[in-house]
Design a protein around this ligand. Sequence first.
Ligand SMILES: Cc1cc2nc3c(=O)[nH]c(=O)nc-3n(C[C@H](O)[C@H](O)[C@H](O)COP(=O)(O)O)c2cc1C
Length: 338
Amino acid sequence: MNIRKLTIRKTGDYRELAPLFAAAGLENTERVPEGFRFGFAAEDENGALAGGAALVKAGNQYVLHDIAVTEALRGKGVGRRLLCSVMAAFQDMGAERVCLAAKAPAFFRNYGFSEIDADEVPGLFHCQECESFGTKCTPEFMVMELTKERLLFVDSCVSTHRSRTRQLCDAWIRRFRKEHPGAVTDIAMAEPGVVQPMDRELILLRNELIQQRDWEAPMFDLARQFRRADYILVGAPYWDCSFPSVLKIYIENIVVADLTFRETEQGYEGLCPCRELTYITTAGGPVGEMDLGYDYIRGVGRMLGIRNFREYRAEGLDIRGADVDGIMAETLEKINHG
Ligand SMILES: Cc1cc2nc3c(=O)[nH]c(=O)nc-3n(C[C@H](O)[C@H](O)[C@H](O)COP(=O)(O)O)c2cc1C
């Protein structure tokens, strides 16, 4: 499975996900949980179910009732992608706090959840009534207090290997989460086949939707997601003096008149409230003045209303004899402390 081609679909049907939850050893999956709002189904490029999650609102409490990944696909990042979608959805629902009973607490701790005593979530979980409790199953009760802040990670790290750009992005996100506890991370995957280039038909459709001001149309999902972000991280390797073409395709999808910018008599007016856009890249050779990817992203960002930009760059990584670890460590140092 190519994790970059994973798609995450909202579903109102708990039963569609229940067999996956049961196979992953989650309890009480026979019945639709009380207060079930909706779920997410993660599907691979062939449409097969790779993971799922179920969101519950019990009274005024928001609960991540189930989240699981198909056994054969664990450890590839499906859970991480799912959790990001779940938390963004909870934030959209107005949640200020999300609770869960975790079998793998470390996974949730990485996102910003912390352990609490069971008596702090009375009546939310029925673990104590379950025969596996304390023997086969010893869950940790966890909670995350949400702020309204949202980070959008535009992941354009198309790569044949463990992307170095992506490693730098992961370090940046870890730092961001420390500095912004309670912020939610949303992910946009700029990947061929996942984002669509604008051809004649799509442009005609888009023009029609703009005319009707139908901003909820799926075609504008990425643009709405971009406009919703308080902080944006764009990660893209340095390709042919800029970045992979799929990032340009992503940009075509988010630059939408009257949604992310508008034309005025004085020129363009950006409609995106993002406070800062960070750009991370790695290059095989020297970059110098030819940083056209970052220049372009800043240009588009300004048009959309963003004023603050920052770049982290590791270059010269493919030069024969290069101290790759040293160059990466230097950039990581800047990301962690700069
Ligand atoms: C299609 C392609 C084009 C590239 N173009 C350049 C380039 O113009 N200049 C350069 O210094 N490195 C170039 N590189 C090398 C990458 O910038 C370098 O290997 C980078 O670290 C890859 O990032 P990643 O590990 O995140 O995939 C290119 C690599 C690929 C695959």
